[in-house]
Ligand binder design. Structure first.
Ligand SMILES: C[S@@+](CC[C@H](N)C(=O)[O-])C[C@H]1O[C@@H](n2cnc3c(N)ncnc32)[C@H](O)[C@@H]1O
Length: 255
């Protein structure tokens, strides 16, 4: 983060939570910020950057780059608890979604904190009933919607695609089988709210809910949830399924 951005964050935080609160907040952000990048990416940053650029070159999209939260035009006072933008690897995500042995046409795919929507595009290559991205930065929503317009993959299996402007922690979730994906979008302060929202959907019924949590820094909050069972973990990913549908859930862990 540049000095300018850092000063902006500190100024906003001092106004919102005072000096002590700002110190506590800074500790949490520093801890999260260091580990925001997925381990595979950290190990080979140049290769990751090249892959990012290759995706955009191939599809004429704009999904690469990193943008810190202080540079985003987020109206919510919760902005300090959100992480900035960085896209997941398309290749990695394609492989992860491919390990779900589900009938895609039965499921809606949600990316909570979709940024410029690269995962929304990748998910739309699978024949999901619907693919939805939720993002609170209007600027990123605009870029994401343009990406949706220009993306044309020969394999695109879903045409019902939407990028919704709003708060990912409170967004309406349909009573339909769901794949919920997120790439470490927020700090623990608001992850709990996001989990509660998804728990309400599980309690209300509507079929299986599977969560693909990339860079799962706050997995402890998920494993404490009475609604979910942890099915699988690896360095960059945790997979959880609601208890009612966890037995025999078709996830291929060994690829
Ligand atoms: C690390 S990026 C991940 C982008 C995308 N999901 C991916 O995997 O490529 C996290 C995104 O979440 C967004 N975000 C963070 N908190 C949010 C919230 N409460 N509501 C909506 N979007 C949020 C950020 O603006 C950022 O674009």
């Amino acid at each position: 983060m540049s000095l300018d951005s850092t000063l902006k964050v500190i100024g906003k935080s001092l106004r919102m939570r005072g000096a002590w609160g700002t110190l506590v907040f800074a500790g949490g952000v520093a801890k999260d910020g260091v580990s925001q990048m997925m381990p595979a990416r950290r190990a080979a940053p140049r290769a990751a950057r090249r892959a990012d650029e290759a995706f955009d070159e191939q599809f004429g999209t704009d999904t690469a780059g990193r943008i810190s939260t202080s540079k985003l035009d987020i109206e919510s006072s919760d902005w300090v608890f959100g992480h900035g933008y960085q896209a997941a690897s398309a290749e990695w995500l394609r492989e992860v979604i491919g390990r779900l042995g589900i009938r895609h046409a039965d499921y809606h795919f949600f990316d909570l904190g979709c940024g410029k929507a690269r995962p929304v595009l990748v998910a739309s290559d699978f024949p999901f009933a619907r693919v939805v991205g939720v993002e609170w930065s209007p600027e990123l929503v605009e870029v994401a919607r343009k990406n949706l317009e220009v993306y044309a993959h020969p394999a695109q299996g879903c045409r019902d695609i939407e990028v919704r402007r709003g708060d990912a922690t409170t967004t309406a979730l349909p009573a339909a089988p769901l794949v919920i994906y997120m790439y470490n979008p927020f700090t623990s302060e608001i992850m709990s709210r996001c989990i509660e929202n998804i728990e309400r959907r599980v309690e209300g019924g509507g079929g299986p809910v599977v969560v693909l949590y990339a860079n799962p820094l706050h997995l402890d909050l998920w494993t404490a949830s009475p609604a979910f069972r942890l099915l699988h973990t690896e360095e960059d990913l945790a997979v959880l399924v609601d208890h009612g549908h966890a037995d025999g859930f078709p996830w291929r862990a060994d690829e």
